[in-house]
Write a protein that binds this ligand. Structure first.
Ligand SMILES: Nc1ncnc2c1ncn2[C@@H]1O[C@H](COP(=O)(O)OP(=O)(O)OP(=O)(O)O)[C@@H](O)[C@H]1O
Length: 423
């Protein structure tokens, strides 16, 4: 049996310009109010079977809340139809209908009657609603005296205790303290076990996976994918990683471009960044430029540029070098740091006794890490050329970054290869 039917739904919003017009211009040119129409949802079609829990995922602004508001009938589609079969309760805009001067108890009666309960039904459930909200002591106080968490708890308690057939939940678990969140989640699971139909919006993909039978991924107002949780969440994560990768490619390209420009000007202005014993280092790049480093990139196992890696993937840091003045004493080094500056790893060709005697005056260096083995996070990288006594030729300090994603949310800095064994 179908509980929710969404057929060819389109929703547009108007984005107004000139909102800060003066009263005079507003009166004179009121007809010329400028706005742009924007389709928040475009031809959305899906059904949800009775008793199923569906998760809605997608990036900020993709249209999830709009879809949920349409289902709740807070707003209406510009085209298309939405049919809901059963009593609906929604956990979005929690407490929107509360009157600040009414007590918690009065608001329970008011809110629950809006949600379709008779006075007698509310009488019967009052104790349960108050108990669930944990607001026994405060229930006779006006809700304007409540903290936002208390307000939310009362609203959640009412919405969840009206015995809906269809429950619409929008990121509500993000508010409230951890123990209340857990309790809400348990209650939602209980409703699920009771055969209620639930649509659940959240950015917390692990909750979505635990709670939902299926996932709908919304992107740019359309349904990008629907299906089994793991599969859709995986495609969504791959999509996010690719997007992030693009952003990082752009960012790193900009750094490299700046680099090329400044190295160029360096030559013309004869060692403006030259570091002498008495001169302090310059921001994030310093050295006497007798060896130049440029075009620092991160590559995947296929040699493709990549800046977002899975912790189990191969990562290659590569850069070009150019030796000026035929210097012999050259050391190349790499340092990897967490975003808050903790050194995860640092090495160089001198301490590793890498023979550089036969390297050409110009070339490319590849620093290959077969398995990233770092925990999830953003990492900053130092790349340097210096003499064996440490005299810097070209030191690039934390100029480059890459990200690591990991399914496992372990803590620390790096993940040593390991196994759990039980006897
Ligand atoms: N009342 C409105 N007027 C104008 N634009 C709106 C309105 N409501 C939503 N939008 C726009 O519609 C798009 C979809 O918004 P929506 O709130 O549905 O996204 P979302 O997927 O729920 O995002 P988030 O994860 O950030 O909550 C956004 O670009 C948003 O700015």
């Amino acid at each position: 049996m179908i509980a929710i039917e969404v057929k060819g739904v389109y929703k547009k919003f108007r984005i107004y310009y000139d909102k800060n017009k003066t009263l005079k211009t507003h009166i004179l040119f009121w007809k010329r109010q400028r706005f742009e129409e924007f389709w928040a949802l475009k031809n959305v079609n899906f059904t949800v079977d009775t008793g199923k829990t569906i998760g809605l995922i997608g990036q900020n602004g993709s249209g999830k809340s709009t879809l949920l508001k349409l289902l709740t009938k807070i707003i209406f589609p510009d085209q298309g139809k939405i049919n809901l079969y059963g009593k609906v309760s929604s956990l979005l805009e929690l407490g929107a209908g509360f009157h600040p001067d009414f007590t918690g108890k009065e608001n329970i009666y008011m809110n629950a009657s809006i949600l379709g309960l008779t006075k007698r039904q509310i009488d019967n459930r009052l104790g349960e609603i108050i108990q669930f909200s944990e607001l026994e002591e405060f229930i006779e106080n006006p809700v304007r005296t409540y903290s936002s968490g208390m307000y939310m708890r009362l609203a959640f308690s009412i919405a969840i205790n009206v015995n809906p057939d269809i429950l619409l939940v929008d990121e509500v678990l993000a508010v409230g303290d951890a123990s209340f969140q857990k309790k809400c989640l348990e209650k939602i699971k209980e409703l699920k076990r009771d055969g209620k139909t639930i649509v659940f919006v959240s950015h917390d993909l692990s909750i979505i996976e635990k709670l939902c039978d299926e996932v709908i991924w919304v992107d740019g107002g359309i349904i990008k994918e629907r299906g089994q949780c793991r599969r859709v969440i995986d495609s969504y994560l791959v999509f996010l990683a690719a997007k992030e990768n693009q952003k990082m490619i752009h960012k790193n390209e900009m750094t490299n471009k700046k680099e090329a420009l400044s190295s160029g000007s360096e030559n013309q202005t004869s060692d403006v960044r030259k570091v002498t014993d008495s001169e302090p280092s310059v921001v994030d790049r310093w050295g006497n430029m007798k060896v130049l480093i440029s075009d620092v990139k991160f590559l995947d196992e296929n040699g493709q540029i990549k800046y977002v890696f899975d912790t189990s993937e191969k990562c290659v840091i590569t850069f070009d070098y150019e030796v000026k003045n035929r210097i012999q004493d050259i050391v190349f080094g790499i340092g990897i740091y967490t975003s808050d500056g903790i050194c995860c790893y640092g090495t160089n060709t001198y301490i590793e006794r890498v023979d550089l005697e036969k390297i050409s005056l110009q070339g490319k260096i590849f620093f290959e890490i077969p398995v990233v083995s770092l925990i999830e996070g953003t990492y900053l990288v130092d790349v340097a050329a210096h003499a064996s006594d440490g005299l810097p030729y070209d030191y690039h300090s934390r100029r480059y970054s890459f990200k690591v994603h990991s399914e496992i949310k372990d803590v620390g800095i790096f993940r040593p290869e390991h196994k759990w064994r039980f006897l």
